[in-house]
Design a protein around this ligand. Structure first.
Ligand code: GDP
Length: 599
């Protein structure tokens, strides 16, 4: 603490709020609505625009919420909303191994219901154990809805017709049902007693502001009730934060937009920042905040400040930041030992580091947090990773992927990243497949489809090179030639006779090779194979009819032991049922002699 600092050393910081949900369900609109209401309700300057975040103080919240909130019930200072909605920024926003956001709003369009990114957001919330509420948005689009701008939900609900209320209820219960399917016990927020155990659903309209008072009230109540202890920080202590974005800024070089969640950062502080290769130790050159709207016409969009305290969003300008990573920790050194702080940053980075295997796919993602989320999802899908890095897909990633021995691993999975042009060219030459997507599970699904395709092709080739089982019978009075080769009419009982396969006859369970198929004809035409049920004539090189084989004999295609093993263990589900039947009968015969045959 500096000599002039007279503040209470511990104080309660603002909870950090993130907004998640499927695209177009209204995340941005909801944030805009909250900001807009706050601007209208507040005195000038009462809400502060941070870098990457908006702080809405308690008195503004209580004005917006009206009767719903009594400011005397609260001692948290308000809510800090992260401005970039979506789970992409949510995963970036980490702190000491957990989510940086203390609380989240999951936006679900009442008409559209649960969608892929809703599920993905839920999954991320579950993993990070972040408390959240569901904003069931766009209630104003329920057919017949009568708008009551900025009204609490109860008032506007009462003002609707029965039919409209029924329709809304149906949508809300569908959302509650979906949440339950995902393992969350949920209910309309006014019925929820314990927000730690149950997820509250708040009907809102980001367009008309209906339900927004409720939403803010629930957020505030939830934070106050369950998070107060976590909000107690040493406000004057050395600042701790997370890089939200690394940005070039005219006149300042590379800067890091940072969310500070503990302590204070000053414009003369030395800081340690997580970098691509190692922690970066550097001195703050300037702390920048957005200039208030009225002064926006001046030459810089930013104004310099001497210090900021958590929770807040701040742009930090400092040398050597080119290697800084989104999602990486930022720590102020102040009076502490520099090595100790570097070790802390290293430990945090190691905590995020993805476990890699000797062999596997290459993974790229835009931030450390999303890289971690990718790694988790791939782990669930049992896909090993050989290399995981933050950044666009580059030629050297292709080089790494191209060394994979298993064709299925000659792949790069890029989440929320671009592919550099020369990486694409290289990939084509090296036969590496690059997948990119903005939804993790879709990305993994694409990759799984690709793997399935390869496996199918592999099985098809195996099947082509493997002897197929067949059981067939020489028809009486169908000897067309005695020998060299013997030509007989046969009926295929089960399986497939293929040209050039060897033929055996069982004496009891003792197989005896009698010859080799040297031609198959069906109704006078040469064919390559005969399937179960077919009657064909077969030329067999080796035996003489009457010696070796007889009319009415049951014959088999000889299956090499290795082939029998592959057929039984790997291809049983690929081959037709009758072929499997022939195989099993063949195995039974062989195994009654030698129980381990083909195993
Ligand atoms: P995001 O992709 O989740 O950030 O969604 P946006 O906030 O961009 O909203 C997507 C579209 O839905 C836009 O056209 C919005 O105007 C519209 N929208 C969002 N919220 C509401 C709402 O409550 N009511 C209505 N009628 N439209 C909405």
């Amino acid at each position: 603490m500096s000599d002039t600092d007279t503040r209470d050393p511990t104080s309660l910081r603002t909870p950090i709020v993130a907004v998640l949900g499927h695209v177009d369900h209204g995340k941005t609109s909801l944030l805009d609505k909250i900001r807009g209401s706050a601007v209208i309700e507040g005195e000038a300057g009462a809400i502060t625009q941070h870098i990457g975040a908006t702080a809405v103080p308690l008195d503004i919240i209580s004005t917006i919420a009206g009767d719903l909130v009594d400011p005397d019930d609260f001692d948290l200072p308000g809510l800090l909303f992260i401005d970039t909605p979506g789970h992409h920024s949510f995963t970036t926003l980490r702190s000491r191994g957990g989510a940086l956001a203390d609380i989240a709003i999951l936006v679900v369009d009442v008409n559209d219901g649960f969608q892929p990114q809703t599920l993905e957001a839920l999954d991320i919330l579950k993993r990070s154990e972040t408390p959240f509420i569901v904003a069931a948005n766009k209630i104003d689009t329920v057919p017949g809805w009568k708008e009551n701008e900025d009204s609490p939900i109860n008032d506007t609900y009462e003002a609707q017709t029965d039919r409209v209320r029924e329709r809304l209820d149906e949508s809300l219960y569908e959302i509650i049902g979906n949440l339950s399917d995902e393992g969350f016990s949920a209910d309309l927020y006014w019925r929820v007693q314990n927000f730690q155990r149950n997820v509250g659903v708040v009907p809102v309209s980001a367009m008309t502001g209906e339900g927004v008072p409720d939403l803010l009230t629930v957020m505030m109540g939830l934070s106050q009730r369950y998070m107060k202890e976590e909000m107690e920080i040493d406000v004057a202590g050395p600042g701790v934060g997370t890089v939200l974005e690394v940005k070039e800024e005219k006149g300042f070089g590379t800067t890091i937009d940072t969310v500070l969640y503990d302590g204070t950062i000053r414009s003369d502080d030395r800081i340690v920042v997580g970098g691509q290769n190692e922690p970066i130790v550097t001195d703050v050159r300037a702390l920048l905040q957005p200039r208030p709207l009225a002064e926006i016409r001046t030459e810089s969009r930013f104004e310099k400040v001497d210090e900021v305290s958590a929770a807040s969003g701040i742009k930090v300008a400092a040398p050597e930041l080119a290697d800084a990573m989104a999602g990486a920790p930022v720590r102020v050194v102040r009076d502490r030992d520099i090595d100790e702080v570097v070790a802390e940053v290293q430990a945090e980075l190691a905590d995020i580091a993805v476990d890699t295997a000797e062999e596997g796919v290459v993974v790229k993602a835009d931030t450390l947090g999303s890289l971690e989320a990718m790694a988790d999802a791939l782990d669930d899908a049992e896909v090993p990773i050989v290399r995981a890095e933050v950044g666009d897909v580059a030629p050297r990633d292709v080089s790494v992927a191209s060394t994979a021995e298993d064709g299925k691993q000659k792949a790069i999975l890029g989440f929320n990243v671009d592919t550099l042009e020369d990486a694409n060219q290289r990939a084509e030459i090296e036969d590496v497949t690059i997948f990119t997507d903005e939804v993790i599970y879709q990305l993994i699904e694409e990759y799984e489809e690709y793997v399935e395709g390869i496996e199918q092709a592999q099985q098809d080739t195996i099947l082509e090179n493997i002897t197929r089982p067949a059981r067939f019978r020489i028809l009486p009075d169908h000897t067309f030639r005695q020998n060299d080769p013997a030509v007989v009419g046969v009926e295929v009982n089960s399986g497939t006779i293929q040209n050039n396969a060897n033929v055996v006859k069982f004496e009891g369970n003792e197989p005896d090779r009698v010859g080799q198929v040297k031609g198959i004809q069906e109704q006078g035409e040469d064919v390559d194979e005969a399937r179960a049920g077919n009657r064909v004539s077969v030329a067999i090189e080796g035996p003489t009819v009457g010696r070796g084989i007889e009319e009415d004999d049951e014959l088999w295609i000889e299956i090499p032991e290795k082939h029998a093993k592959i057929l039984e263990q790997e291809l049983a589900s690929e081959i037709p049922g009758d072929e499997l039947e022939a195989l099993n009968m063949y195995l039974d015969k062989q195994r009654s002699r030698d129980p381990f045959w083909g195993k």
